[in-house]
Design a protein around this ligand. Structure first.
Ligand code: F6P
Length: 369
């Protein structure tokens, strides 16, 4: 028998994604309709762990009034960070290096002290892994799957993905005409970490001629052959979409920075390598466009907005029903709940037998294999 809920907290962690504010609005409103109060933790858990950074308070009360009219806004009104894992919180050591300490106990103490009965944690793999650990330490937690990368397991989609794909597709639409006018190769690098969902979906929707995803090691000679073949057929421009995690069959993933304490490695540079090598091999004028954080900014699409509102209200219903240690997910056309255990630390890659990949192959797209 779980105790009744009077107060809940919400936090947004990891990279931002369009739809975060819609989740916040949904949680606060659905909670208020049950007579519960909601507080928002600033910047992941930093609002609790580094309260001195927040003159207005690291944990703020969220009234219905404060979340009115925010569902369509990009970003998160609470702020976010991918550096504040309470189980491995970075600290400066006396020798000047950085170490990590477990500060999760401070989160549990804070919840107990302030009479906060449960947490809605909105985030990707990192945040949901933290949520799962907090659940095991006795906190009532429900997770909401967020990421433009769509790489979370056990849910058909995450919110943020559709907005990223829609924007990338619009960019590809625009690049066709300029590539055609100049008879150029346009290489477009998109985010997605170790999964090729954004590259695949936007690449096919946007009519790319080659798409390089992490799941299929590519041979640059095969991509160059595709460009040359198009030239021979009189189609003198080519669009090549490169996922930031794309893997050359004879090389390494392009990195901007290695992983360190409290932060993952940063991918980047794959597009530059591909553009350079294609220019060398084909002799064609080649340009690179890196979409980067543009994919995370701006308003959520209607699909993401609705998904975020559905996820947020479903998280509150889960708490109301006494659930904990679960993530709201989209299965077929309905939301359901899956154990956080089944999601934490498990990446959803593009399945090699999925029909979207087959669609690309049937349309003549090169995957560099
Ligand atoms: O996970 C979302 C994401 O945008 C990835 O696609 C990308 O690799 C990473 O975050 C970039 O992180 P940062 O904002 O720290 O540069």
């Amino acid at each position: 028998m779980t105790s009744p809920i009077r107060r809940i907290a919400i936090c947004t962690g990891g990279g931002d994604a369009p739809g975060l504010n819609a989740v916040i609005r949904a949680v606060v409103t659905a909670a208020a309709n049950r007579g519960w109060e909601t507080v928002g933790i600033r910047d992941g858990f930093s609002g609790i762990l580094s309260p001195g950074h927040y003159p207005g308070g690291g944990v703020v009360r969220l009234s219905r009034e404060q979340v009115r009219g925010i569902a369509h806004l990009g970003g998160t009104i609470l702020g976010t960070t991918n550096k504040g894992n309470p189980f491995s919180f970075p600290v400066k050591l006396p020798d000047g290096t950085t170490g990590a300490v477990d500060r999760s106990g401070e989160i549990l103490d804070y919840f107990a002290r302030e009479g906060i009965d449960a947490l809605v944690s909105v985030g990707g793999d990192g945040s949901l892994t933290i949520a799962n650990e907090l659940h095991h330490r006795g906190l009532r937690v429900v997770g909401v799957p967020k990421t433009i990368d769509n790489d979370l397991d056990k849910t058909f989609t995450t919110f943020g993905f559709d907005s990223a794909v829609s924007f990338a597709t619009e960019c590809l639409d625009r690049l066709h005409s300029t590539a055609q006018s100049h008879q150029r190769v346009m290489v477009v690098e998109v985010m997605g970490r170790y999964a090729g969902w954004i590259a695949l979906h936007a690449g096919i929707a946007g009519g790319a001629h080659a798409i390089l995803v992490p799941e299929i090691a590519f041979d640059i000679d095969k991509v160059a052959a595709k460009v040359r073949q198009r030239d021979a057929e009189g189609r003198l421009h080519s669009l090549v979409v490169v996922a930031e995690g794309a893997l050359p069959h004879d090389g390494h993933r392009a990195l901007v920075a290695a992983a360190g304490i409290g932060h993952a490695e940063r991918l980047g540079g794959a597009g530059e390598q591909v553009a350079h090598e294609l220019a060398q091999r084909t002799g064609k004028d080649t340009r690179l466009v890196v979409l980067g954080h543009l994919l995370r900014g701006g308003s959520p699409t209607a699909f993401d907005r609705l998904a975020a509102l559905r996820f947020g209200t479903a998280a509150v219903r889960a708490l109301d029903a006494g659930l904990s240690g679960v993530m709201v997910a989209l299965a077929d056309s309905n939301v359901n709940y899956v154990r956080l255990e089944a999601v934490a630390g498990r990446m959803k890659a593009v399945p090699l037998d999925c029909d979207t990949l087959q669609t690309g192959r049937d349309l003549g797209v090169s995957f560099g294999d």
